[in-house]
Design a protein around this ligand. Sequence first.
Ligand SMILES: [Zn+2]
Length: 204
Amino acid sequence: MGVNVSVNTIDRSLFLERRNGNQHQANIWPGGAGLSDALLDPYWSSHGIRITHDGCEAGRVEKTRALSRSDCALDTLRVCYDDTALYNCGRCEKCLRTLMALRICGALGRARTFPNGLSLADVHRLIVPRHVRHRYDELTAAARQAGDEAVLRAVQAAMGQQFSLAHSAAVLKQTLRDGALAGPLRSLLRAARGFRGAHQGATP
Ligand SMILES: [Zn+2]
């Protein structure tokens, strides 16, 4: 058929989930949301579940541009991952990503379901999960096309493509929280305490 596609099955995962805040019944991640997914994903179907694509001809920024033409859609827009009392928390990865798309589309000022607007400082501190990195590639291209340098810098910082002190601090914090550096840091502290003790006990 002349179709040239490739797929890495290790990267793909299917899960079923029901949440209160922003309900999902099924997701397949990550994929590129492109032709390869549309062709291959139906094969994940079974007798009990049918996998289809709806709207995969447009990316998230394009979809945001389309919905931003409707005040009704903007007034009811809910994307948040968090089960929060607020309609959208405005701070999670998905809220920030959506807010940047709204800003690029010139609709940020009309997005009333996000309580505190867009904080690009929060974007700098983001650590982008692997399964949504292609969304940030899309934002990079859209910000560049729109000439929005501040969003472009923030996205590149979040992706680790441009140095940002805030992002480096966030990565270090997460690494420490995950315990990856706990052992080496404990050794360093022990060594420092030993050095201080030997120094204090030394005869002048
Ligand atoms: Zn959120």
